[in-house]
Ligand binder design. Structure first.
Ligand SMILES: [Zn+2]
Length: 318
């Protein structure tokens, strides 16, 4: 009890410091929750499904200042969270391959990434803040009608997908053209998923999408249809299925982590502000790295929430 009291005093002090400094030493808790943010359009004006370039940039600044650091979804699924002690992982996702997410501009005969598109803003931010990390998963639509077909510059589709694949981003499966998977029989669902991968592979040979974001957040009759299988001679395997809502995700070390039902937070002003404030006010709920990828640090009182397979790992209780 005495230890708990001391801990809570330390945390109260830490919390006070957070309010002054924006980011502070938080005690490690690798059973805390992780935000998987979900962006749609990066464009004007700010709307329900649109974040302006300025607001997107501001989101990155806020996350950075509050001690959040980028990891890719694949690293989360692999529990490969290599971050400095006291920081919190955050995952970025971008749905529907709309033009403002990734645009090239021609300048004096050469192609440059538009500094006001999503990828342009990310690249500039990474350069200025190398310790923020790098990442982001783009759930693209290879067969949708314009403007959602692979970012809407037909001649540059391949260049963009190759850039993403070779610069630390991930390309995710969002079906071929955003099919509502509840409406279709097994064969159609499988074809939608397999074709999306085949069409991506036209530009990035051998690229396998590892995760799938459900169009409209709607599951097919049987989730196994999107998890693994083959259609039209191509094989696909997905390790995670992402929903369109649901709040912060459980820690991948926790029993409640379910990669087939991964919740996300829609990155719009109200929801983002809600969750950032929530973690400011409830720092014990937040995943905080211990700085050592080979150990899992958990509060003693929560040890039972740890998945069995990690009890054999070096568990540091505090
Ligand atoms: Zn979508």
């Amino acid at each position: 009890m005495k230890l708990l009291l001391v801990l809570s005093l330390i945390l109260t002090a830490a919390l006070l410091f957070v309010s002054f400094a924006g980011a502070a030493e938080l005690a490690p808790n690798e059973l805390g929750r992780i935000m998987i943010l979900e962006y749609h359009k990066i464009d004007y004006p700010e709307e329900r499904w649109t974040r302006t370039p300025e607001n997107f940039r501001r989101d990155l600044e806020t996350l950075y200042a509050k001690g959040y650091r980028l990891i890719n979804l694949g690293d989360l699924l692999d529990r490969r969270i290599v971050l400095p002690a006291g920081t919190t992982p955050v995952v970025l996702t971008f749905d529907d391959s709309s033009p403002g997410q990734f645009r090239y501009l021609e300048k004096n005969g050469t192609l440059e990434i538009d500094p006001k598109c999503g990828v342009g803003i990310l690249e500039a931010f990474f350069k200025e803040h190398p310790d923020f990390g790098r990442g982001g998963t783009f759930y693209v639509l290879p067969g949708a009608s314009p403007p959602n077909r692979l970012f809407n510059q037909p001649a540059l589709e391949g260049k963009k997908l190759q850039f993403l694949a070779s610069h630390g981003y991930e390309i995710g499966n969002h079906t071929l053209w955003h099919a509502n998977l509840a409406k279709y029989p097994e064969a159609t669902v499988r074809a939608q998923v397999a074709d999306a991968q085949v069409w991506i592979q036209r530009h990035v040979p051998d690229y396998k999408t590892r995760t799938l974001a459900l169009p409209h957040g709607v599951y097919p009759s049987d989730v196994n249809w999107v998890l693994r299988g083959s259609a039209k001679g191509t094989t696909y395997t997905h390790d995670a299925v992402l929903m369109v809502a649901g709040g912060a995700a459980p820690s991948p070390y926790s029993r409640s982590f379910d990669p087939i039902r991964l919740p996300r937070i829609q990155a719009v002003e109200r929801d983002l502000a809600y969750w950032l404030t929530y973690f400011d006010k409830n720092p014990l709920e937040r995943f905080v790295s211990d700085g050592d990828p080979n150990s899992v640090t958990v509060p003693t009182a929560q040890r039972e929430r740890l998945r069995d397979e990690f009890k054999a790992k070096r568990v540091v209780e505090r």
